[in-house]
Design a protein around this ligand. Sequence first.
Ligand SMILES: [Ca+2]
Ligand SMILES: [Ca+2]
Ligand SMILES: [Ca+2]
Length: 613
Amino acid sequence: MHSLATLLVASLLALGQLPCAAQGLQLRTEWWRPNGVVLAVAIDSVNNVAYLGGDFSQLNDPDPPFSSVARQRLAAIDMNTGDVLPWNPGADGQVIALAVSGNNVFVGGQQVQCGGQTRPYLSVVDRTSGLAASWAPQISNGYVKAFAVNAGRLFFTGQFNSVDGVGRTGAACFDLATSTLTNWAPQPDDLIRTMVVHNSSVYLGGAFNTMGGVARERAAQVDDQFGNLLGWAPTVIGGTGVYTMARLGSTLYLGGDFSEVNGQPRNQAAALGTNGVLTSWNPAISQMVHSMVPFNGNIAMGGDFNNFSNMAIADPITANALTWSGINGQVFAMAGTTTHLIAGGSFNAVNNYLVTKLAAFTPAAPSVALTVRMFLDGPYVSTTQLMNDNLRASGLLPYTEPYTALGYAYTTGGATGTAAPTVLSVTGNNAIVDWVVVELRNSANSAQVIASRRALLQRDGDVVDLNGVAPLTIPAPSASYYVAVRHRNHLGVMSAAPIALSATTTSVDFRSASQATFGTDARRVEGSRMVLWCGDVTFDHSAKYTGTGNDRDPILTAIGGALPTNTLTGQYRQEDLNLDGEVKYTGANNDRDRILLTIGGSTPTNVRVEQVP
Ligand SMILES: [Ca+2]
Ligand SMILES: [Ca+2]
Ligand SMILES: [Ca+2]
């Protein structure tokens, strides 16, 4: 499955300055989801694979048939499809750091067993087989916290005091060609959490107060051969120090838990030139930043901060940042490429989408936003001008769209996605009534569907995306389209004329007589409102009471075929025309009479045909 759900074309938080250019992101809702925290992400951009580490035991497919696979703390995802790959080295302790180089994946953390061998704290596994390499680094008791691969070397930090039998305190480096320890030994007095290697220097951030015995307050620069101290020396004060660093050009970005850098107030994020000069960049993040990566010329940040819902993408100069409705838990790890931004953490939803522990975003493709509104005659109650939500309230609404099973062919990606239980648990006017389909049709040929998309219908008539919130965004260029809506047992409708759509939300209100529709009597008048005709049990775009292929007989069949007073409850059925969760042939609130009402009760041989080309 390959679809994209548009996550945001969000408002910009100006922070007292002019907003930067809007950058939308699309959430890839089809990626498999780990069942436990993700602490490390590394991307093999040559093979388009994302490697994940953390503390999970399983990955779950969000799309039917909702398969699961066991993966102990390590997994790989095909970035083209979002599917989990066979790679399965397993780790018996928390995985904290990952790096990919050539055919090797480097695994750092608290594990002892990995890839089928005893490889404590730093394990080298094959990127495709998942088996441990014969190279077995010997790290003394502790853990590995961070990796940096540069020019044929693997720099790593953590809590240890020897490597391959040689004294190394918290930082060391291997030559990858020879698998041997190099002379790099920078000597911190406390944990180094993050590194950036650039121009023969290694920039370090962490909890330390000295480096090589010389005062360095949580940030330092050393050379890449011996780890000898160099002159870049920011003073980072407050909190627990530096957790992450990223570089764009000659600027180094620091994130973590601090309040002051070089005597200036800087909350959780700051930037300095490689010349050591603090820049004015100050996104003012409210709480902990765990991870930072460059992403398409901006700085993406993840963490545990309220003011940007745990993830922000900031302009590298002005620090103006996108804001959105958010990730609902901590982000611990991020990775960025030109095509993807990946966030791992402990969250359980992204902008209300049921996306757990791992979120993959792509830069937004062109999309149009529209708030469609419509009423279905079956569940509509004219006194309240709301529709009943009995299907949802009875737990009968499926979490995925029902139209594919009925033979409806969506355009690419139109069917994907799962409605979160939180969305289907909403009550009141915005409670979900049923699934619907929204179509954009060619302005020059209204029979041609350009884009079709599953959506959810609220009691008050709003058609919303899978996150339960309007507008619905549909990947399509800004243009004029006929807009059509379909329902599984009501007759669809289409706008009488093309409507100009763009990224700015357009309202299309089929509840109102002032929204003209294609054809003749496309909707039923119900008081001051317009509703979609009900009665198409067979989903063949007409309502028919008698004769071949009629919509009445299936109701009788559904209740057993013999006794018309039988009823069928507790199922999500085509025959349930009033959407009350019950299939009923006679008596009060039966489904059969709805067909008669639609065709015009006096002549049972009448047929009402859907007014959509
Ligand atoms: Ca609403
Ligand atoms: Ca029919
Ligand atoms: Ca019913």
